[in-house]
Design a protein around this ligand. Structure first.
Ligand SMILES: NC(=O)c1ccc[n+]([C@@H]2O[C@H](COP(=O)([O-])OP(=O)(O)OC[C@H]3O[C@@H](n4cnc5c(N)ncnc54)[C@H](OP(=O)(O)O)[C@@H]3O)[C@@H](O)[C@H]2O)c1
Length: 388
């Protein structure tokens, strides 16, 4: 069972020094065993369905399906899971028991009595709601609000779409929610009159999975220039270009900032950093924002700015750390899930590359998590817990 994956997770030290340490994280080290214990408990699906508060909103996934050895019910280990495993961040004692697993694709097992949009057997995709024990992906059934679930287009496999929920939602929130850049969302009236073509978006971490989704979303709304900072590795440039980046700059180049300025001049007011964290982590992003117009850097990780190195921001600037959860930003989340199938069908949003881990292979899962820890280029790993 999938559950045994979690019971065998082994806390591991980062190989890259303090690269993984996040400030403000809650240290749970002694409680890790409890977490694992909690994850091994089966949660009562039926009791959820009987709860009046969830009558209209609950859908469910079957992630545990002995009979379908070829089925692709899957859940992929995510950077959050690595941070939780190694540093016990994100969760607090209030969140216990905490069930990990953010991205889930599978079959609807059952629906609440007032749910009409889904029925048993539908192929669906969702971002797990890990704020409740019944919501986490790594367990027999995950319970999700029906308005936070989307049908999977026939043309795509569950494996393909399972690569998307959290990275796509994180970038979507960072770009279109007021807690991030607050840009007009692609389906909104406001987006029709917004001069996207005249603006540039800088994506620091363009090579990350979140970055790849940000690039695609930026292309979807029509940004004139989409500049990605990414490592210059074979094939990477072509991949990011295909996703929509108009300029790919080698993030290791000493003059990467100058290269960026030569493209955007003093006109950059929208930037997103998907990867950096730490005391002065957002200095580079802020330094590239316009000096004469007020710009905003949205970030997926918390961090500070070295004010002595950002230039004279006469009009000021903002740095906004965003939380990419559709459950937290429900209105935007609902719209995202509503529109995602059509974007997928039209090829406007493409799934990420993935590999699969068959069976209850805790060694492979831990290695997948280690890759996040070590800052390497990560191909998403989909776990098929019931495959041989
Ligand atoms: N706030 C939220 O709600 C939220 C949501 C989702 C994710 N996150 C966090 O966002 C981070 C990114 O997640 P992810 O899934 O996209 O991770 P990921 O795909 O594993 O990102 C790793 C990649 O980022 C690139 N990278 C690493 N350091 C970089 C640097 N200094 N500058 C530019 N690029 C760099 C590298 O690509 P190249 O070598 O190809 O450049 C690396 O392969 C994670 O820490 C995750 O926990 C936060």
């Amino acid at each position: 069972m999938l559950i045994s994956l979690t019971t065998n997770y082994s806390p591991k030290r980062c190989n890259s020094g303090d690269a993984c340490s996040l400030e403000g994280g809650y240290k749970l080290s002694g409680l890790f065993d409890y977490l694992v214990y909690a994850a091994s408990q089966e949660h009562s699906w039926n009791s959820q369905l009987g709860d009046a508060a969830t009558r209209q909103t609950v859908a469910g996934f079957l992630l545990h399906q002995h009979l379908c050895s070829t089925s692709a019910e899957c859940c992929n280990p995510y950077p959050h899971d690595q941070k939780i495993r190694d540093h016990a961040i994100i969760i607090t004692p209030d969140h216990l028991p905490y069930i990990t697993g953010n991205d889930i694709a599978g079959l609807v097992e059952n629906v609440g009595p007032d749910v009409t949009a889904f029925k048993r057997g539908d192929r669906v995709l969702a971002q797990a709601d890990t704020s409740t024990p019944d919501g986490g992906g790594v367990q027999q059934y995950a319970v999700v609000r029906a308005d936070m679930v989307t049908p999977v287009p026939r043309s795509l496999s569950l494996d393909e779409v399972a690569t998307l929920p959290t990275v796509a939602m994180a970038s979507f929130v960072a770009l279109f929610h007021p807690s991030g850049l607050g840009l007009p969302a692609p389906y909104s009236k406001a987006s029709e009159s917004f001069a996207y073509q005249r603006h540039s978006l800088l994506v620091i971490g363009g090579g990350s999975n979140c970055g790849k989704l940000a690039i695609q979303l930026a292309r979807l709304v029509g940004f004139g220039k989409i500049i990605a900072f990414a490592a210059k590795t074979p094939g990477k440039g072509a991949e990011l270009e295909e996703l929509g980046a108009t300029h790919i700059l080698d993030r290791h180049a000493e003059d990467v900032a100058e290269q960026c300025r030569s493209i955007v001049g003093d006109g950059l007011i929208y930037a997103l950093d998907t990867v950096n964290h730490g005391p002065a982590a957002h200095t580079l992003g802020v330094s590239l924002l316009s000096n004469s117009e007020r710009g905003t850097l949205a970030t997926l990780l918390p961090g500070g700015v070295d004010e002595t190195k950002v230039g004279n921001k006469a009009a000021g600037y903002e740095v906004k750390f965003t939380q990419g959860s559709g459950h937290l930003h429900r209105e935007l989340g609902q719209q995202f899930w509503k529109h995602l199938p059509s974007w997928l069908e039209a090829g406007k949003i493409r799934p990420l590359r993935y590999r699969t881990i068959s069976g209850q292979n805790e060694k492979a899962v831990n290695e997948a998590l280690d890759a996040y820890c070590d800052g390497a280029s990560v191909t998403k790993a989909n776990v098929h817990p019931h495959a041989p």
